[in-house]
Design a protein around this ligand. Structure first.
Ligand SMILES: [Zn+2]
Length: 342
């Protein structure tokens, strides 16, 4: 899910601050970050058809809800795919309690490209799907396909792994890359739609979202993991997706936000990567940042307004019909180029 962490009050206050500036001051304070000098190493082409097929494949397994056969089968397939591309794969099994007391049999999947390289970049996504479409107008208890919310980020990670594995030694990036797929991210309690239920974890002062990244942050795999930074991909496949500069990302890794957004602009994807700030979102990067991995979140949401998340969010509409190859390409190529700029 991903709640807006600070709410509209603070956003409104920020708006007032901007409004109180005189026009002259405004010019001086409204600095856009100058694009960094780009290195000339062009990344190989990220294939959107392939990323689309990886999204469809996950959806075809059925909803990837923990404790289901589809979930196990999808996890096994992801491990097999990464291994087929020659990556070093580690699985991190764990059991986590959901807000409703259910024990979720879960696993995080860690796939390393160039595992011995000293400098590393992490690419995070979540591979589970929400067990109920609680924001749906009609089918609130139905599971959802999670085509964008889940599958798209994983698909981009897989396609990046495939492309990297195909490069001859002279055309590989100067850093190692770790694809870290979290489980049980989306089983959380949403007070706006599930107010009739009791969040047993909240009673213990615990967050019911992001259970996989919470577990990983307390039990790092690889041990002592310390990449240069991380990029979380969440809801990165839908048509007309908009990515704003989310608050937690800016607080922990402003330079990475600027790198990625500037790279997106240079590649012609400014219609996706908005140079606008947005409030914090409760997502896996909260926990990876707490674990010392400076992480940004690329997530489909608008910077302001009540309809913060796209209409398909946590509804049965989050299916292949919302997926757009151009969005997959924009995100995949931008992140790949960011890695090649290192
Ligand atoms: Zn979600």
């Amino acid at each position: 899910m991903k709640n807006n962490r600070i709410g509209l009050a603070l956003a409104a206050a920020a708006g007032l601050l901007v409004a109180s500036c005189t026009p002259d001051n405004n010019k001086a304070t409204e600095t856009t970050t100058a694009p960094e000098a780009t290195k000339t190493v062009a990344a190989p082409s990220f294939n959107a058809d392939s990323a689309y097929a990886f999204t469809a494949k996950q959806v075809a397994f059925g909803p990837r809800v923990p404790n289901t056969k589809a979930h196990v089968a999808t996890g096994d397939w992801l491990v097999k795919q990464f291994k087929a591309y020659g990556l070093t794969v580690k699985e991190q099994p764990f059991e986590a309690m959901a807000f409703d007391g259910k024990m979720l049999r879960s696993r995080n999947i860690i796939a390393q490209f160039q595992p011995t390289a000293a400098r590393r970049i992490a690419v995070f996504a979540h591979w589970d799907t929400r067990p109920f479409a609680d924001k749906d107008k009609e089918k609130k208890n139905a599971p959802l396909d999670g085509a964008s919310d889940g599958a798209s980020g994983v698909a981009i990670a897989l396609e990046m792994a495939r492309v990297l594995s195909q490069q001859p030694a002279a055309q590989q990036p100067g850093v190692g890359v770790d694809f870290i797929l979290f489980d049980s991210e989306d089983y959380g309690y949403d007070s706006s739609t599930q107010g009739d239920l009791k969040d047993q974890l909240a009673l213990q002062g615990k967050d019911s979202w992001c259970l996989g990244s919470q577990y990983w942050s307390r039990n790092l795999v690889p041990a002592g993991y310390k990449p240069s930074y991380g990029i979380l991909l969440d809801m990165v496949g839908a048509k007309n997706a908009k990515f704003s500069r989310e608050e937690t990302s800016r607080q922990y890794a402003r330079d990475v936000v600027d790198k990625v957004w500037n790279t997106g602009a240079q590649l012609g994807y400014s219609d996706f990567f908005l140079f606008q700030d947005s409030p914090g979102i409760d997502d896996d990067h909260v926990y990876t940042n707490q674990a010392g991995v400076r992480t940004i979140d690329i997530i489909d949401h608008l910077p302001v307004g009540d309809d913060y998340f796209p209409a398909y969010h946590h509804t049965t509409q989050d299916n292949m019909s919302v997926i757009d190859k151009r969005t997959l390409k924009a995100v995949g190529q931008t992140v790949l180029q960011t890695i090649y700029n290192e």
